[in-house]
Design a protein around this ligand. Sequence first.
Ligand code: FES
Ligand code: FE
Length: 382
Amino acid sequence: MTALDETGRTDPAPPDTLVATLAGAAYTDPAAFTREQESILERRWMCAVRSADLDAPGRFATVDIGRESVLVVRGRDGALRAFLNSCRHRGALICTEAQGAVRRNLQCPYHAWTYGLDGALVAAPNLSSLGDIDRTRYGLIGVASREWLGYLWVCLADEPPSFTETVIGAVTTRLGSPEQIDRYGVADLAMAHRETYEVAANWKLIVENFMECYHCATIHPELTEVLPEFADGLAAQYYVGHGAEFGSEIEGFTVDGSSGFAPLPDLTADQDRRYYAITINPTVFVNLVPDHVIVHRMFPTAVDRTVVVCDWLYHPDVIASGGDTRGGVELFHRVNVQDFDACERTQPGMSSRAYASGGVLVPAEHHIAQFHDWINEMCADG
Ligand code: FES
Ligand code: FE
């Protein structure tokens, strides 16, 4: 403990024996956020859109990735493609809605340049003979994309990092092997509910909060009832291959511990009655429980603002038969609200002089220190 000096002040530096967090400015300085946009959000694979949301040719969605608006559209050939949402003529946004549908082509609302669903320029007023123009050259700029877990992931980097290493690898590191997640059949699940949270906090606070369990006993009464080991706050979910076990009286992963649905069909016995949490840097969290999967996608929009979209996915038979998923949805919705309230409560403290040198990590949070190292490395490389 730092002693008070004669004026009653204490030294705001964290004690030497504990590991320091990032400094407060990392969560409040717009320049730091711009650096992260350039070096992380625009360089890594980002989970953009749930494929099933765009279930017919011409359906599109726009998402903000880093400083870019990205347009994802289902082509006539059934494939999803991602483009920079910027007209090649004078740069207007092609689509402004978060989601919508066009019948044949994408048309810029400014001067009506028209693009096929494959991005090629197909018409431009007063340029009736496009014969001289290389339409592909003036087509929409494509963005690297890849479907996995039923989502389209996009990467704005000129040379995207290996998807296998940076995305699937995160799951392997956490679960021990990629087959462990394959058994949940995430891509074939159906959506029971989606909730969008606008969180007044820096995106890294949300990641750190998700990675820690130190707060579980304090703020998650329902979750610790279902997963008693979380009450110890030891972030047990971060030991490789370890799933937190349901309490002995608990029947299902629901808000009151009442039974849910049959386990997803391909799960192994050791995956039943367990909860696994996975962080895929930088902005995705996946929770696996026997009868459903919860996928969080984050979209950092400012240094102190983050949109989090959370999908609850169940077996298609559960949804088709009108199964009551409210108990499961309510449990993690409460967890989300509890977590995001905590992040919003923390954000103002990031600009306090008390946090100028950061705070501290307790010993069980070595994985959060690794996250901080990763942030620093990524931004240094940028
Ligand atoms: Fe799109 Fe002119 S800016 S057609
Ligand atoms: Fe939490």
